[in-house]
Write a protein that binds this ligand. Sequence first.
Ligand code: SF4
Length: 214
Amino acid sequence: MRVAETFRSLQGEGPSAGAPATFVRLQGCSVGCRWCDTRYTWDPGHGRDVPLPALLDELDSLGPRDLLVITGGEPLQNRGFEELLEAACEAWPRIEVETAGVGAPPATHPCLHWNWSPKLPSVTPLWEETWAHAPAWMADPRTIAKIVVGEGDEAEAARLARTLPRDRVYLMPEGVTEEAVKRRALTLAEVCKREGWRMSPRLHIWLWGARRGV
Ligand code: SF4
């Protein structure tokens, strides 16, 4: 499968923010978000080709088997994703997959947690595709919806988030600098307080800024 990078860090976003985690970032994404901070993953031919057994060994070499985060790119568009998922569910106590949800969830497992991140209309012309399978995503009780919200998108985010179970909605401020994230977080905090949603931090931006491999 084609892999952009592997690394050990802290989960920066979503329900496990702050937890130590091993990351594998898969190559390939056609969603085209205007604020994407991992554009180097878009081309499915870039990155490196790694056979599954070697990838599993590499992930083991990075640290303990605690939390494995499979991210991208868009994992659902990577040809080796389902095979990786199957193997990971046998070996890791908790797996979180970061996905825009451009298809229905391909698997369910007690160890598998989907961090589904559907897009807002201002972000990509393909935004509706990321919402098309919303009922299927939310049918899995281990799925949370993490909506990234940029400047001026609060009303649209609220309109769409109200269609989801309230206790599984996270709003996350868009931004690649600490200052931008904080400014948007302050606005989102008011929305979250009003609507009963959670707010996701972006710990990696706060700690390390917009860098690869963190
Ligand atoms: S889905 Fe993720 S990787 Fe793909 S363009 Fe959007 S932010 Fe970037």
